[in-house]
Design a protein around this ligand. Structure first.
Ligand code: GLU
Length: 487
């Protein structure tokens, strides 16, 4: 991209046929970071010509997701801009006009072949072992055939004529790429019902919106020669074409293409599980790019400062949930208490752990510092802090059997006995008293002894630090729980 000195205009152009997923957002993030790094414009365009699959709901979700992630755009839905509208469904007249022009110029032609005929010829191509694709039959149509097609009521598609030869362009990540036109057959621009295809709409819009840089997924590499063909038909000079950069594939952990099973799920899924937007962005930035010096943690600000296309690799990146969780945990630890509180409360409320009263919020606020170091996602706040609020407290069914044995019962009885005498119910006192009673006098290992008390008091073997938890819970409730755990 270094040889392209135009002021940068880069676009993210999803076709939201569902919630945006990891791959889409990685593209959006790189587009955004590139625009911000270069001081250029970030354009957000919705490619919704297929309105059966792209719904208003998915479009709104895409808008909300970008906002939630902090990937603000300079032109696009809600903000407008000089080259709008930015929804392709509102630009159909523009595509129709260009299609008519291509037809008039002789760059495109009507094709009347039926799908059965096309399938039959494809089958023949397969048998003859020749490259599959449209064979150019309708490039010339005898007048009597044309009359017959029309009489039969066939609705033609509009096809672009691919000249002989090849298309070569320099991809900023992959270097020089050449496509032999023997493998790029004449392609459809407009369907029989008059609706435009992606290849037409995307190319026309990139030209009209003065897009200078196209950073997008590698799956779209093979559509580039067709888009360049459309630029040519539009009369665009080669130096005005966008510079292309095709980002490496994102694979699942098992090296297969990402799927629901190995991580390619919607960004909403991550949000609902308590991943922070800044952690998602940080992690996705590492899928195909690196800030250098083995660094893994970057802020959004640093990402925009450091992002260059030169640092994008061409080899596939692998999605790693564990690493995302680790980065998420790191980001949680960086939050101020107030910020952590505000982000945690919705999770606790949604899980009906709290109603949101001031008293409850005060308890959450005093408990959060105990777990900030221990959680990897905000959703973990729920199981961690539930014990502080449970009115009908019950020991977790997985943990309950662990305190039935004789030794645990002896620990609980001893705990009850020594704690009855304690009046200063603070964590330091509780710890020293229980250490003497259970570790020194009973001769038990801390893990065993405190493990039993932990289950009795918090209901689970995973909890915030024990003594602090007991302090927060208070004397009465702690003793009540220990007593009810004794058979
Ligand atoms: N709308 C296309 C898609 O979602 C991407 C267009 C592009 O980036 O060229 O697959």
């Amino acid at each position: 991209m270094s040889t392209d000195t135009r002021p940068v205009r880069v676009r993210f152009a999803p076709s939201p046929t569902g919630d945006l997923h990891v791959g889409n957002i990685r593209t959006a993030l790189f587009d955004w970071a590139y625009a911000r790094h270069t001081g250029g414009q970030f354009i957000f365009r919705i490619e919704d010509t297929d309105r059966e699959r792209v719904t208003d709901e998915y479009i709104q979700a895409a808008i909300d997701t970008l906002k939630w992630l902090g990937l603000t755009w300079d032109e696009g839905p809600e903000v407008g801009g000089p080259y709008g509208p930015y929804l392709q469904s509102q630009r159909l007249d523009i595509y129709a006009e260009w299609a008519a022009k291509f037809l008039a110029q002789g760059d495109a032609y009507y094709c009347y072949c039926s799908s059965d005929e096309l399938e039959e010829r494809r089958e023949a191509q397969r048998k003859a072992n020749v490259a599959p694709g449209y064979d150019g039959k309708c490039r010339t149509i005898a007048p009597e055939d044309l009359a017959r097609y029309i009489a039969e009521g066939r609705k033609p598609v509009l096809r672009m004529r691919m000249p002989d030869g090849s298309t070569t362009f320099t991809d900023s990540i992959r270097g020089e790429v050449t496509f032999d036109h023997n493998f790029v057959p004449d392609f459809v621009l407009v369907r029989g019902d008059g609706s435009p295809l992606y290849t037409l709409a995307v190319a026309v819009d990139d030209v009209l919106m003065k897009v200078t840089h196209v950073l997008r997924g590698e799956d779209l590499l093979s559509s580039t020669p067709r888009q360049i063909r459309v630029y040519q038909a539009m009369g665009v000079k080669p130096e005005e074409y966008p510079t292309f950069a095709h980002l490496p594939f994102v694979m699942g952990q098992d090296n297969a293409k990402l799927s629901k099973r190995n991580g390619e799920v919607s960004i909403a899924w991550y949000r609902d599980r308590g991943f922070l937007p800044e952690a998602i962005c940080n992690y996705l930035a590492l899928l195909g790019w690196s800030p250098g010096e083995d660094r893994e943690n970057v802020t959004m600000q640093e990402l925009t400062e450091l992002f260059t296309v030169e640092r994008v690799h061409s080899s596939p990146a692998r999605f790693d949930m564990k690493k995302l969780e680790a980065i998420n945990g790191d980001k949680i630890r960086l939050l101020s208490l107030e910020d952590l509180l505000n982000r945690s409360l919705p999770f606790l409320q949604k899980a009906n752990v709290i109603d949101g009263t001031d008293a409850e919020i005060a308890v959450v606020k005093s408990a959060l510092p105990l777990i900030q170091e221990r959680i990897a996602t905000l959703a973990e706040v729920v199981p961690m802090l539930r014990f502080l609020f449970a009115t009908k407290f019950e020991v977790d069914p997985d943990s309950a059997p662990k305190i039935q044995d004789e030794q645990s019962q002896a620990v609980l009885a001893k705990t009850n006995e020594v704690l009855q005498a304690i009046v200063d119910w603070d964590h330091a006192t509780l710890e020293s008293v229980l250490r003497v009673a259970l570790i020194e006098e009973m001769g038990l290992k801390p893990r065993i002894a405190f493990g039993a008390v932990r289950i009795a008091v918090t209901g689970s073997h995973i909890s915030p630090p024990l003594f602090e938890s007991m302090e927060l819970l208070g004397r009465e409730r702690s003793l009540e729980r220990i007593n009810s755990a004794i058979k």
